[in-house]
Design a protein. Structure first.
Length: 348
């Protein structure tokens, strides 16, 4: 197992501290630093900035939103970032959700699995620098009956193969991930509930006649070191309440549905009910302590090391930490604590 760092969303007044964290992770030997995007800063610009000011650490999109870019534009961006970083880019993709896809990007959310499959195929064709011709249900290149012509990417990435990761939550998307991707970017990953998810990924790989050798399982896990792990959990409650309660509509919240599959149906319903009623404090309080603990790294270094061992035994190959602390200096110390716990766990 390796360690990664997820900086989350950029532009909330944390730009300088996030860059410093990325640089510290680079010096500490972290394998990869990821940046996210929703409807604020874009991940590509952030990753370019980080790549210019780091040396060894990989840079990854977690994730580029599929409705935000054409597949050709994503291939162009991936090739450019890989070139500028000296072969350090990892391409994470996700369909986002219906509210952002349709409300922000103006792209219908229907058929997310079919669109993802076609999208990845086009991106890979472009990155192989082949002329892009595609006749699918969701994408047609060139457009028929028009002046367009099949073109090939003019930029040559440093590597012949840029790894593609999918942010998959639902069972069918997990199977698709095993079928077509090089890695998986899970959220709210729990070692105790991972076997079923990984079985779905394995089924997808078997369906495609692929081996999972080298397949990268990369959960993002909140990290809060401290003496009292239960008190540490309070720092994660706002994040968990936002996703379980506010990411999506009442009827279509993928993260809430994930919590239900993990056995927290009543609690997830209460979090969502309170969050949608704008009782944010109540929603945070309703997040089960057991859920936070199962999906986070909390407490003293020794306890974090034990949890890291559990993640490794569950099949995680890159454990990406997201320091959930109020002060930049605390986040920097948390990265060092994670390295110490990692060495203590002996799972490298």
């Amino acid at each position: 197992m390796r360690l990664g760092l997820n900086l989350g969303y950029w532009g909330a007044g944390n730009d300088a501290s996030n860059l410093a964290l990325a640089q510290e992770a680079d010096q500490l030997g972290y394998a990869v630093v990821w940046a996210a995007e929703a409807y604020g800063s874009d991940a590509a610009t952030v990753l370019s900035w980080i790549a210019a000011q780091t040396t060894h650490i990989d840079i990854g999109s977690a994730v580029f939103q599929i409705p935000a870019r054409t597949p050709a534009m994503t291939a162009m961006t991936a090739a450019t970032l890989d070139t500028l970083s000296g072969g350090r880019f990892r391409l994470g993709l996700g369909v986002s959700g219906p509210q952002v896809s349709e409300g922000w990007h103006g792209v219908r959310f229907g058929s997310p699995l079919g669109r993802t499959r076609e999208y990845v195929e086009i991106v890979r064709t472009a990155l192989r620098r082949e002329r892009v011709r595609f006749d699918g249900k969701h994408f047609q290149l060139p457009l028929p009956d028009g002046p367009g012509k099949a073109l090939a990417l003019t930029v040559h990435p440093v590597r012949e193969h840029i790894p593609i990761y999918l942010a998959a939550v639902g069972p069918r998307n997990l199977e698709l991930t095993g079928e077509i991707a090089d890695g998986w970017l899970p959220v709210f990953f729990s070692p105790d509930h991972a076997a079923g998810q990984l079985a779905q990924i394995r089924a997808g790989a078997e369906k495609a006649g692929r081996s999972l050798d080298g397949f990268d399982v990369v959960p993002t896990v909140p990290l809060v070191p401290g003496d009292d792990w239960k008190a540490c959990a309070d720092s994660v409650r706002a994040y968990a309440a936002l996703y379980l309660g506010g990411m999506g509509s009442r009827d279509k919240n993928f993260y809430n549905q994930l919590a239900v599959r993990m056995g927290f149906a009543d609690e997830a319903a209460e979090v969502q009910e309170k969050y949608l009623a704008k009782d944010y404090a109540g929603a945070m309080a309703a997040v089960p302590l057991e859920f936070v603990d199962a999906t986070s790294l909390l407490g003293p270094k020794e306890r974090i090391a034990e949890r890291m061992t559990a993640f490794a035994e569950a099949g995680v190959t890159t454990l990406t930490v997201a320091p959930s602390l109020p002060e930049p200096s605390q986040s920097s110390a948390a990265l060092r604590t994670a390295v110490e716990a990692f060495e203590l766990a002996g799972v490298a």
